[in-house]
Write a protein that binds this ligand. Structure first.
Ligand code: UGA
Length: 448
């Protein structure tokens, strides 16, 4: 099939590449010329395992093309995928201006029947909006249908997820339109659900919201574990063995970040509000998530700054008696919002490092792939080339992202390099008992 994918962000680039790999002819369009020029030289705009090889292979085989020529791509394509960004507005609502702009572009060049597929994460009703924008702006008398086909891939495992998704959701106005999409996905051989456009749009938000809810739930349980002396690792194991619950997305830690969960949950709360539904549960999910960093910082402060004699008047806040981190050298392991990506969007590292810097700490940091992106956001810290360089002279190490290589470090060497053997593990990657036996002052989440 001839496919046009508009937007070469995470979803667009991976989707287009995977469709090409499945044997289709795909043109990926972006309005940013430098991005297209780089892609044509096989320089990837993102770090994603397996992507570069797959792009190269399909470009060589002449199934995958990158271009800024929207007209040519729209005219050729049978199916057009909209994969542009849908950032949040200040009030949590989804900003659909890129979707609108894209729909207008399609309207301008539509020259015959096309299926237009919304793959961007968009609130319920956006299918209608896209249809209306195209109807109002098209110059040709061409017919078209608008389909919702949400994407569920995760950063860091995007290629595997796209090739082997748990399910494929097709929200189409008619059976005939849905069948065209079924053909496109047939070789993937995964469960497909055909539904209406509204339901497909909602499935995407409900899925992300449910996963975020699992994370906030387990983080709240972790806090109660700390208060009661229970151990979150064992609690999670025990809970997850219930097949109705499962172990996935129950890792307690610093909470969820990234470009999807925070904005999608806010967007769903906003959509609900538009229909006069107060989604209290999701508001709590967001609130619990927001508190993760301050909770973690409190653990760091409490352990790293020796308690001062009790003041005459009980006061709160580090300026009034909790001390600060002036001059402490703190090593950070992990900067990206999660492992296997260089994405720094809504990464907990930014929030945590800025607080530590404000309190006077000196920050040394290492991440396997995100340093280049981090430099743009965090210019005032020292970047290291290895975890061992981070450890050298550090008063404490703070683990923010659970990269696999951090689990395999020579901890004896790390300890010997450090000034003081404090480890604050925001992702619970080490065994508490083992770390303490080795002589570390080890503090993690939901485990005493
Ligand atoms: C998420 C969804 O998992 C994808 O299915 C979806 O397609 C994507 O959003 C999207 O809407 O585009 P992603 O944001 O790439 O994917 O990353 P996740 O692996 O879901 O992690 C999200 C956040 O939750 C990360 O900050 C991660 O550290 C955190 N997390 C995840 C936890 O704190 N605990 C867990 O147990 C799992």
């Amino acid at each position: 099939m001839n496919i046009c994918v508009i937007g070469t962000g995470y979803v667009g680039l991976v989707t287009g590449t995977v469709f090409a790999d499945l044997g289709n002819e795909v043109i990926c369009i972006d309005k940013v010329k430098e991005k297209i020029d780089s892609l044509n030289k096989s320089i990837m705009p993102i770090y994603e395992p397996g992507l570069e090889e797959m792009v190269k292979r399909n470009v060589i085989d002449k199934r995958l093309f990158f271009s800024t020529d929207l007209q040519g791509a729209v005219e050729r394509a049978e199916i057009i995928f909209i994969c542009v960004g849908t950032p949040p507005k200040d009030n949590g609502e989804t900003d659909l201006s890129f979707v609108e702009e894209t729909a207008k572009g399609i309207a301008k060049y539509i020259n015959g029947y096309k299926i237009i597929v919304n793959k961007s994460t968009v609130p319920v009703g956006t299918g209608d909006f896209v249809r209306q924008v195209i109807e109002n702006n098209k110059t040709d008398n061409a017919n078209f249908d608008v389909v919702s086909n949400p994407e569920f891939l995760r950063e860091g495992s995007a290629i595997t997820d796209a090739l082997s998704p748990d399910r494929i959701i097709i929200g189409a106005p008619t059976k005939q339109v849905a069948v065209k999409l079924l053909e496109l996905y047939a070789t993937i051989g995964k469960p497909m659900l055909i539904t209406d456009v509204y339901s497909a749009e909602m499935i995407k938000y409900a899925s992300n919201a449910f996963l975020a809810m699992k994370i906030s739930f387990i983080n709240a349980i972790a806090d109660i574990c700390e208060l009661t002396g229970a151990n979150i690792t064992d609690v999670t194991k025990g809970v997850g063995y219930d097949s109705r619950i499962g172990h996935a997305f129950l890792n307690a830690g610093l909470g969820f970040g990234g470009s999807c969960f925070p904005k999608d949950i806010q967007s769903l709360v906003h959509t609900a509000e538009r229909f006069s539904y107060d989604f209290k549960l999701l508001k709590d999910v967001l609130d619990i998530n927001k508190e993760r960093v301050s909770h973690f910082i409190k653990i760091i402060r409490d352990k790293l700054v020796p308690a001062e004699p009790a003041p005459a008047v009980v006061s709160r806040g580090h300026k009034q008696g909790m001390g600060d981190l002036q001059g402490k050298v703190i090593g950070i392991l992990g900067l990206s919002f999660k492992p296997d990506t260089d994405d720094m969007r809504d990464a907990k590292s930014v929030e945590i490092i800025n607080i530590l810097l404000n309190e006077g700490a000196v920050i040394k940091a290492y991440d396997p792939v995100a340093i280049e992106n981090a430099r743009k956001i965090l210019p005032d810290i020292y970047y290291c080339t290895s975890p061992y360089e981070v450890a050298d002279g550090a008063d404490a190490i703070v683990i923010i992202t659970e990269w696999r290589e951090f689990k395999l470090l020579n901890m004896e060497r790390i300890k010997n390099l450090m000034s003081k053997p404090f480890i604050f593990d925001g992702r619970n990657i080490y065994d508490t008992e083992r770390m303490r036996k080795m002589g570390f002052e080890y503090y993690s989440i939901g485990r005493l």
